[in-house]
Design a protein around this ligand. Structure first.
Ligand code: GUN
Ligand code: ZN
Length: 433
């Protein structure tokens, strides 16, 4: 048995602030976080817990800093790390000009390994401890990611991309080979350590109806795997889907007809949706991943959080690297705020930090394991430094409420705010100063 103790301010969420005006969050100014064998044992005011500590337990003192659960990124692409910040295109041209040529390099397992490791380092530097991740069409690219995540015992979800049309030949599989390779990867990785598999049809335009059906069969055969894809991101994409799937009622229906809706299915974007599509997403408990920096960078449109919440659709946040422009969940929250501002809604910092932690865990049906500091949860957490930069130090000193301070952090923050990242109670990243 190993017990670790951490002192600092602590913030976590117990409920959704939208539905629970009171008691959604817990903030303890001077807290003690106890971690036993990688799991949360207790969180309480330092003054209450300190006498219960055996003198032999080593206390790590983060006074002046903020302990929070690790961030959860619902949607990102590790092979696109190297094309982040590529100029001048909207979705379909961006895929053809930047994404596909880059993804072709991942047939090389050693190249895939090097980028998977770099990507995971970048996640940890940014305080992200769980992510749902696209590999490429190559089976070896998924193996490379799972191996890199397993080496650090991370809780990650990933899958090999399925694409059998409208992409370069060297990036295409077939309905059959995609099924077989996905099944092999599921058998190898799903449930191993803290890893889960996501069946990953890239998006409707690059899969034939046969391939989407074979993805549906994978979900039937392996009911506890996830599905990840893209939905209703860009107007040209919508028009293309309408041409490719003339029998579908709308974009969502192309997936629905293949049995690809449900509580373990996560679709990035969902910006341009009809009322009917919203109703069907809500009824099926399907999840949307809102990716603010990507939607702005690719000029895709404005996700209407109020409408999606009111419709009862489950959602949380993704970075969508490399259509997205940052690995940082703080940067993502800053852009999420501005996107809602443009629609006359003010996203509260408690709401956005909830979405980045417990909300993300709930969206992935992982809230029994991660997302907050309740006893028994896995101790993936971050140490946030509100004085990370001269400007942050100056600005946070002016704040006279927690809300103001959190809003300053979510507006100005980036990787510099992440002082340390812990995985199962062990230090996985410490900022060099
Ligand atoms: N739609 C299909 N593929 C992609 C991708 O790689 N990134 C984004 N943002 N949208 C997509
Ligand atoms: Zn994406």
């Amino acid at each position: 048995m190993t017990l670790h103790a951490f002192r600092g301010s602590a913030l976590h969420y117990l409920e959704d602030p939208l539905t629970h005006a009171e008691h959604a969050s817990e903030f303890i100014e001077d807290a003690l976080l106890l971690v036993e064998d990688g799991k949360i044992k207790a969180l309480a005011p330092y003054a209450e817990l300190r006498h219960k500590l055996e003198p032999s337990v080593k206390l790590v003192d983060y006074s002046g800093k903020l302990l929070m659960p690790g961030f959860i990124d619902l949607h990102t692409h590790y092979p696109q790390t190297e094309i982040i910040a590529s100029y001048g295109k909207q979705l379909l041209d961006w895929l053809n000009n930047y994404t596909f040529p880059t993804e072709a390099k991942f047939s090389d397992a050693s190249y895939a390994k090097s980028i998977a490791e770099l990507f995971i380092d970048e996640l940890l530097r940014n305080g992200t401890t769980t992510a749902m991740v696209f590999a490429t069409v190559h089976k070896a690219s998924a193996d490379a990611f799972f191996e890199a995540a397993a080496a650090q015992n991370l809780r990650m979800i990933a899958g090999k991309v399925l694409m059998d049309r409208n992409a370069p030949a060297d990036l295409c599989d077939t309905a059959e080979s995609g099924y077989v390779e996905s099944a092999e990867l599921i058998e190898k990785w799903h449930g191993k350590q803290r890893l889960s598999y996501a069946v990953t049809p890239r998006f409707a335009p690059t899969s034939t109806p046969e391939q989407l059906h074979s993805a549906g069969q994978l979900l039937q055969t392996y009911p506890d795997v996830y599905l990840q894809s893209h939905l209703a991101e860009n107007h040209d994409e919508l028009a293309w889907v309408a041409r490719l799937f003339p029998k579908a009622r709308d974009y969502l229906d192309a997936y629905e007809q293949a049995g690809l809706l449900g509580s373990r299915c996560v679709y990035a974007h969902g910006i341009h949706l009809s009322e009917s599509a919203c109703e069907r997403l809500a009824e099926s408990a399907t999840v949307l991943a809102h990716c603010p920096t990507s939607n702005l960078f690719l000029g895709s449109g404005l996700f209407d959080m109020q409408r999606i919440s009111d419709a009862g659709i489950r959602y949380a946040l993704g970075t969508d690297v490399g259509g997205g422009t940052s690995f940082s969940m703080f940067r993502t929250l800053a852009e999420a705020y501005k996107i809602q501002q443009l629609q006359q809604h003010s996203l509260h910092p408690h709401q956005s930090l909830y979405l980045a932690t417990l909300g993300g865990a709930r969206a992935l049906s992982l809230d029994h394991l991660i997302g907050n500091f309740l006893p028994g949860k896995e101790a993936d957490f971050i140490v946030v430094d509100p004085q990370a930069t001269p400007l942050l130090s100056f600005r946070t000193a002016q704040c006279d409420s927690l809300t103001e301070m959190l809003f300053a952090l979510t507006t100005l923050g980036d990787d510099r705010l992440i002082y340390a990242t812990y995985i199962l109670g062990n230090l996985a990243y410490l900022q060099e100063r």
